[in-house]
Write a protein that binds this ligand. Structure first.
Ligand code: GDP
Length: 471
């Protein structure tokens, strides 16, 4: 790559590297200082694309206080399975006065915004649950301002309720408790409030400072009150952003669309994103060809806290990737390429050998492994599945994700799986005919799921089978 850029022969560079005392192969990664030295040796000028130069980190510079304006809070809904997260998200979507007037065509783009009568807005992330929340956070993307913890009044605190509380606390995000299914005759809101005390969640009615509200997602009661409490919490937090600058945002979902190419839903954090802007999104770059809002309408701009779908990217970014607007396309490509090369270096670079590592490796060889290949319909699902699978691992047996990706199952997935005698997990996706034929030949198993816990149950069973009866 460096030889190409300097229009020199690769073998000459290898020779020079050898003379510098750093013997290297053609596709080895060399560090910046060595590269600079080489470039100077060959009589070229160094244009340094350094890490600090190339990595336009979101949140690096601070906006002056006079540029700041209030922005809508971003809310994630969490809670135990079947406690009504999805129902609540759907019900809240219906409280939108603007959409109510428009006739109610909703587009699932990974997030939506509700505007209430006062004109205030709230942004809801469409992927409920703490898995997606945790995965985004693991990637450094803290987009959630407020968590709504859903607890069914006929069921009270369950394991995933506790996990959601733990995630929320770890992220230092304020919580509002929505006590759902209050319409049910056996509903007992007081029991929920009391049980929450055990987890140090003290709601207002128990003289604490966590707001709580009784709702019914199916009967649509208490929803206005819930929105009011979210807005009150947001006011306390003084959420602001500067809308008058080049936009920065975070990818919350991305996929390859057959007709439209790479599509990413981005939540704008600050600035205003415009059609025609040149953007870098993770390792991808492009020019914003169109912006589409949560009602499927094309829009020209998107300001802080607004989720929009972006068309015009070179490839599919990952959920959690940062978006930045840059001056020109050359710069966008340069930054994207630099990030990709750093990522490849990280992926292929062997970990440095130290004693601790060595022992860890030795110990690791004794651990049983269950290899899998994961393909899913959206980046959000991929993240959630891999996260859930990793959590299944114990000291004795580990799930090893050989590869993970968005889209249908391809021949390359099957080949990879065949080499390790692994199954290919398809989450809301299916293999293409060639992959199917290949799987038949190589006896590769496909496992199809559309519910994550069905998938984890099945893998857990396999792990138990592999370990034998004592497990
Ligand atoms: P999730 O797994 O947390 O997303 O839960 P869902 O939204 O899928 O809801 C699980 C079940 O509870 C569904 O059958 C819903 O119809 C039902 N449900 C959700 N909210 C309410 C409610 O407020 N009242 C009653 N009676 N049922 C509800």
């Amino acid at each position: 790559e460096l030889a190409n850029r300097m229009a020199e022969r690769g073998s000459d560079l290898i020779k020079a590297l050898f003379n510098l005392g750093t013997p290297s192969a053609m596709d080895d990664l060399i560090d910046q200082d060595t590269a600079e030295l080489l470039v100077t040796e060959f009589g070229h000028n160094v244009t340094r694309v350094s890490e600090s130069d190339a990595d336009i980190d979101v949140d690096q510079d601070v906006d002056a206080s006079e540029t700041l304006q209030p922005r809508a809070p971003v809310v994630t809904i969490m809670g135990h399975v079947d406690h009504g997260k999805t129902s609540l998200l759907d019900a809240l979507r219906g409280t939108n006065v603007v959409r109510g007037e428009a006739g109610g065509i909703t587009q699932h783009i990974g997030a939506y915004q509700v505007q209430v009568k006062s004109g205030d807005k709230v942004t809801f992330l469409d992927t409920p649950g703490h898995e997606a929340f945790g995965d985004m956070r693991a990637r450094g993307a803290n987009v959630t301002d407020i968590v709504v913890l859903v607890v069914a009044a006929d069921d009270a605190i369950k394991p995933q309720t506790v996990e959601a509380i733990n995630h929320t606390k770890a992220a230092n995000v304020p919580m509002i408790v929505a006590i759902n299914k209050i319409d049910k005759p056996e509903a007992n809101a007081q029991k929920v409030r009391e049980q929450l005390l055990q987890y140090e969640v003290v709601v207002e009615e128990m003289s604490g400072d966590v707001q709580d509200v009784e709702v019914s997602a199916t009967k649509k009661t208490g929803l206005d009150e819930l929105i009011e409490k979210i807005l009150l919490q947001a006011e306390l937090m003084e959420l602001t952003a500067n809308p008058d600058r080049l936009a920065e945002g975070t990818v919350i979902e991305a996929q390859l669309d057959r007709g439209r190419g790479a599509v990413a839903t981005v939540l704008v954090r600050r600035g205003t994103l415009k059609v025609g802007d040149i953007i870098v999104v993770g390792e991808q770059s492009g020019k914003v060809r169109a912006l589409i809002d949560d009602q499927g309408k094309q829009v020209k701009t998107a300001g802080p806290s607004m989720p929009v779908e972006i068309l015009g990217l070179s490839g599919v970014p990952l959920a959690g990737d940062p978006l930045s607007v840059v001056e020109n396309e050359a710069r966008a490509r340069e930054v994207a390429a630099y990030r990709a090369s750093v990522a490849t270096g990280k992926r292929t670079g062997a970990a440095p050998v130290d004693m601790e590592n060595l022992f860890a490796n030795l110990a690791a060889t004794k651990v049983e492994q269950v290899p899998v290949v994961v393909k899913a319909d959206t980046q959000g699902s991929v993240g959630a599945i891999v996260g859930a699978l990793n959590r299944l691992s114990t000291d004795e047996i580990k799930v090893r994700v050989l590869s993970q990706g968005v889209g249908g199952i391809t021949e390359s997935d099957v080949l990879l799986a065949a080499a390790s005698k692994a199954p290919v997990i398809g989450f809301n996706v299916r293999p293409n005919p060639k992959a199917q034929a290949l799987a038949k030949r190589d006896r590769v198993e496909f496992l199809y799921y559309d519910v994550i816990y069905h998938l984890t149950d099945a893998i857990r069973e396999r792990m138990a089978g592999q370990l034998g009866p004592e497990y």
